[in-house]
Design a protein. Structure first.
Length: 259
């Protein structure tokens, strides 16, 4: 089913006319079907755009489900506006272009997980959102680091291990295999003390978040507090920021300088 902004506008018109007299349990699934159908065709290129979409859809769904008729039309109008702004009827596209990822395999994983993260965030599935968004960031980081020669990758690892303890946040990377580097080390490697791809602010945010890969390991995850919907939103926002800064880095020439 090809869904466009026109369908959301028709849904809004029907809500004002007929849907308000129907039970929320009948109307909400119709709205969710439209959202599910259009999301693979969204191309969200503006910073914060994914969060705008998530928040608009969440507010609209809540207003419909709780029969808040005074605000539901405005919420639905916001969704229709964003669908008009970001909708792409030419065919399936990632939520945000990730064409800068050179590795075809890593790009495929990132595109799939970015769409998965956006969809999960809609339904406040925090664990899935966090794991998928973390996977996107990890794929981006590996794509950059794998461009280094083995000698330069080892030089970078030794440099990071040699930083003052506070500066490297007590992190230590003993594995030479890039795929076995921890999420926190990957962020450190791209940050101001590493390859200088990420800004200090984004680097700091990344270290304040939990290692999302722990979520897929029951032995580690069981000892941590459960992820909340807020954690999911933070994961999306952080991934968006990484995409934004790596896109800018590529536009500036994508120069790799190992300290």
């Amino acid at each position: 089913m090809l869904v466009t902004a026109d369908d959301f506008e028709r849904f809004l018109a029907l809500y004002k006319d007929d849907f308000q007299r129907r039970k929320p349990a009948e109307v909400t699934p119709l709205f969710d079907q439209l959202v599910k159908a259009i999301e693979p065709r969204l191309v969200v290129t503006e910073p914060g755009g994914a969060m705008d979409w998530i928040e608009a859809v969440t507010k609209a769904r809540t207003a419909i489900a709780e029969s808040i008729r005074s605000v539901a039309p405005d919420c639905l109008a916001d969704v229709a506006r964003l669908a008009r702004k970001y909708g792409n009827i030419s065919g399936p596209q990632p939520q945000r272009p990730l064409s800068f990822i050179q590795s075809a395999d890593l790009r495929r994983v990132a595109v799939e997980d970015w769409s998965r993260a956006i969809g999960a965030a809609q339904h406040e599935e925090a664990k899935t959102t966090a794991v998928a968004a973390g996977s996107v960031v990890e794929a981006i980081a590996l794509d950059i680091l794998e461009r280094l020669s083995p000698a330069d990758a080892e030089k970078l690892r030794m440099h990071l291990n040699g930083l003052p303890s506070a500066q490297r946040r007590n992190l230590q990377q003993n594995q030479r295999d890039l795929e076995r580097w921890s999420f926190a080390i990957l962020i450190l490697a791209l940050g101001p003390d590493g390859l200088k791809v990420l800004s200090e602010r984004t680097h700091d945010i990344g270290h304040q978040l939990r290692d999302w890969r722990n979520c897929v390991h029951p032995g580690k995850y069981r000892s941590e507090p459960p992820l909340s919907s807020a954690d999911g939103r933070l994961a999306i926002a952080f991934a968006e920021k990484v995409i934004e800064e790596v896109t800018a880095w590529h536009a500036a020439g994508a120069t790799l300088v190992v300290p």
